[in-house]
Design a protein around this ligand. Structure first.
Ligand code: LMR
Length: 394
């Protein structure tokens, strides 16, 4: 039977990771997959997470199942982190999931079950797994413009013009912060205008928040999510702990669904529980438990926030260094946006051929759309990368 399978186009981020692994040049530089790396190129376990892990090892007495939707402590500590006091807790339904991707998947199935006709609107560009997953489930979709290719900033007017096509009951997918792949983000005023428009259309916001704490700080990064949560009767949130807690392989994510009425909340909760059962039964617990421990213990939480803040400010410094060096090397302000963007990624605006030359001639790996991982830079490689970029655009 397997002969009948169709060959699958590999995800471009995963494809690049494979090419990087196979490259034998010891000068190679990985600016591809979105994993945090320190100045030595390591992805350390965060200190507070390591401490929680030790405590858990000592305290945990059983590995029996928790609950289909995961642990209540995880739901409530994460609701506090993501939503602050924007919305009453009795309007929330939850499902712990294998990573943020798992949360997106469960939300897509929830949308399909609740409203099979709904169209999902995605930014163009977006994280490539968004359209891939939506297509795989056969859900109707549309895109809205997001990036001005000249400036690499948000093309807000065209975004709003495109979103004018949204119909009542459609779902609008927005990146909560640190837009992936562009690094260009909505400001507060723009969040307000998007909220007004989607509200007027009677659409449902769907927030993918995978980098909270990597942009402007934990609460600023949740600004848009909280603004919408305070205003909309219904809303969907996929939260990931992979990056901000560094628990990538533990697969730690959460669906938060906001409903308007107690009846709808109960139905949503039941559906999420059933979807978990149907797709994988119980979600992974280890990462979720570590996150809960870190968030609910003052000492661990302070230590985590301090380390996260170091990660964030370190990336901002690298952004500034790269922008300054590119300014010198290219004798232009073309790349100044790199310093203004936020999060783990920016798009340089290079052609696929230029990106390919960076890989083949300079062993510098970035995604074909010229997205690079800021955390893949360090103060030694910035000058090397900057020179190579200046060379390929000459
Ligand atoms: C990325 O965009 O590189 C990360 O979100 C990792 C992934 O799974 O694609």
């Amino acid at each position: 039977m397997f002969e009948t399978l169709k060959e699958q186009a590999p995800d471009k981020i995963m494809l690049l990771a494979g090419l990087y692994r196979a490259d034998e040049r010891d000068t190679k530089i990985d600016l591809g997959v979105g994993v945090y790396k320190d100045a030595k190129g390591n992805t350390p376990i965060m200190r507070a997470v390591k401490t929680a892990e030790k405590q858990l090892w000592e305290q945990e007495t059983t590995k029996k199942y928790v609950a289909l939707i995961g642990d209540g402590g995880f739901h409530s500590t994460m609701a506090d982190l993501v939503l602050g006091d924007a919305v009453a807790r009795d309007r929330l339904a939850f499902a712990a999931t294998p990573g943020g991707t798992g949360a997106i998947r469960q939300i897509l199935e929830l949308i399909k079950a609740a409203s099979p006709e709904a169209t999902i609107w995605m930014s163009n560009p977006t994280w490539p797994n968004h359209p891939a997953m939506i297509k795989n489930l056969g859900i109707p979709s549309q895109t809205y413009s997001y990036l001005d290719p000249q400036t690499q900033e948000v093309s807000f007017d065209t975004m709003m013009a495109d979103l004018d096509g949204v119909k009542a009951g459609d779902v609008v997918l927005l990146h909560g912060c640190c837009h992936n792949p562009t690094g260009a983000n909505l400001n507060k005023e723009q969040w307000g205008a998007v909220a007004d428009l989607i509200e007027a259309k009677g659409a449902v916001p769907f927030i993918d928040i995978a980098y909270q704490g990597f942009g402007d700080g934990l609460s600023d990064d949740a600004y848009g999510t909280r603004l919408l949560a305070a205003r909309f009767p219904e809303m969907l949130i996929a939260a990931s702990c992979s990056k901000n807690f560094g628990v990538y392989r533990e697969r730690t994510g959460l669906v938060i669904a906001i409903s308007a009425t107690p009846k709808a909340t109960k139905l949503t909760q039941g559906m999420l529980s059933s979807l978990n059962r149907l797709n994988f039964s119980f979600p992974p617990d280890h990462g979720a438990r570590l996150v809960t421990m870190v968030l609910s213990d003052d000492t661990l939480r302070t230590e985590w926030q301090t380390e996260l803040e170091d990660v964030r400010t370190g990336m901002l410094k690298l952004r500034q260094q790269l922008a300054d060096t590119l300014r010198q090397d290219t004798n232009s302000d073309r790349f100044d946006f790199v310093a203004n963007h936020r999060g783990m990624f920016s798009r340089l605006g290079l052609s696929p051929e230029q990106v390919e030359r960076l890989r083949t001639e300079y062993a510098i790996y970035m995604i074909g759309d010229s997205r690079f991982n800021v955390a893949g830079l360090n103060s030694t490689t910035v000058p090397v990368i900057s020179k190579a970029i200046a060379d390929v655009i000459r």
